[in-house]
Design a protein around this ligand. Structure first.
Ligand code: FAD
Length: 286
């Protein structure tokens, strides 16, 4: 099934992201976690792609496994180090495995590299390639707090407009911890004429150690309300887990209540966290 049909349906979409292992030694445990998450019957599941190639070959394999468990998979694909030949090879492989959905990404620029030196400078170039290959539903990434490379939010939204014109049918957001930031961003997208569905990416923070990593990846603003939780419960793993799940639950309920119809949870390969969140909103998403 195409993800665009899932997120455009009346029923709220509730989906999860998993990531492949860094080494083959952890492959089985990732498959076990992904299978357990699939057993929660999410609307779809996405599988990330290792930009530096370390885990890249597993993405298609894990996505195929998810499909065999009767859950629609989305394979992430980055193009930062890619040649046209390698991308066509990946698309051919994904198609042969029956995967219909791709999240088209550029990936982070390696140190010292500028877009001008790349075959695919931006995700929109990859979206164009996938569109001409045909038959995939293409999604793209967006950043409610602006992508770190962008001069400003208006420029960032111009890039998103190009991404949509190149074939992205929906956009999934970077994590954010203040829903007002998303609502404001969605308003600016509409004003700029970007009217594809936006899937809200939610990260349940269940340990204090996650915070540092989150800030380095996403530059997400952490609201005072959230920082107080980390200050108070950061040293108590069970309390932090409980508070983090409650915070994410509240964010998700507020999103659905305000008309955002699709929520994507960065489940960090943790089936227990995914299950609790799903149970907390089970009546809302049914
Ligand atoms: P782009 O859309 O190309 O944007 C990159 C920068 O270029 C932005 O600043 C944008 O404003 C600007 N820009 C875009 N188009 C133009 C243009 N035509 N002219 C000038 N400037 C332009 N990384 C991974 O390695 N693997 C993953 O699986 C992965 N999954 C992700 C999933 C989500 C939902 C998100 C939000 C991010 C994910 N990332 C992943 C991270 C992503 O690869 C990085 O954020 C990367 O730096 C940008 O990728 P992009 O696809 O958004 O790039």
């Amino acid at each position: 099934m195409k993800v665009i049909d899932i997120i455009k349906a009346k029923k709220p979409s509730f989906s999860f992201e998993v990531f492949p292992p860094k080494t083959s030694a952890n492959f089985d445990s990732v498959i076990a976690a992904a299978s357990e998450i699939a057993s929660l019957k999410p609307s779809y599941m996405s599988v990330t792609y290792g930009a530096l190639g370390t885990t890249a070959s597993y993405t298609a394999e894990i996505a195929e496994k998810i499909s065999a468990l009767s859950v629609t998979p989305v394979a992430h694909l980055t193009c930062v180090n890619a040649t046209r030949e390698s991308i066509v090879g990946k698309l051919t492989d994904l198609r042969s495995r029956g995967i219909e959905n791709i999240l088209a990404l550029r990936g982070d620029l390696p140190d010292g590299v500028t877009p001008d030196s790349l075959t695919y400078k931006y995700a929109s170039d990859l979206a164009t390639e996938i569109s001409s290959f045909g038959s995939f539903c293409i999604g793209g990434a967006c950043y409610p707090e602006c992508h770190p490379e962008s001069e400003n939010s208006a420029r960032d939204i111009e890039g998103l407009k190009r991404k949509v014109e190149s074939g992205c049918e929906y956009l999934t957001t970077q994590m954010f911890f203040d829903n007002n930031i998303l609502y404001n961003f969605m308003y600016r997208l509409l004003r700029a004429g970007v009217d594809v569905p936006v899937v809200a990416g939610i990260m349940p923070v269940t340990s204090a150690s996650q915070i540092k990593r989150i800030c380095s990846i996403s530059k997400s603003a952490l609201p005072q309300r959230f920082l107080r939780i980390v200050d108070r419960y950061g040293d108590d793993p069970n309390a932090m887990r409980q508070a983090g799940i409650a915070f994410a639950t509240e964010q998700i309920i507020d999103l659905y209540a305000n008309g955002v119809n699709a929520v994507h949870v960065y489940s960090m390969n943790k089936p227990d966290v995914a299950r609790e969140l799903r149970d907390n909103v089970s009546e809302i998403i049914k």
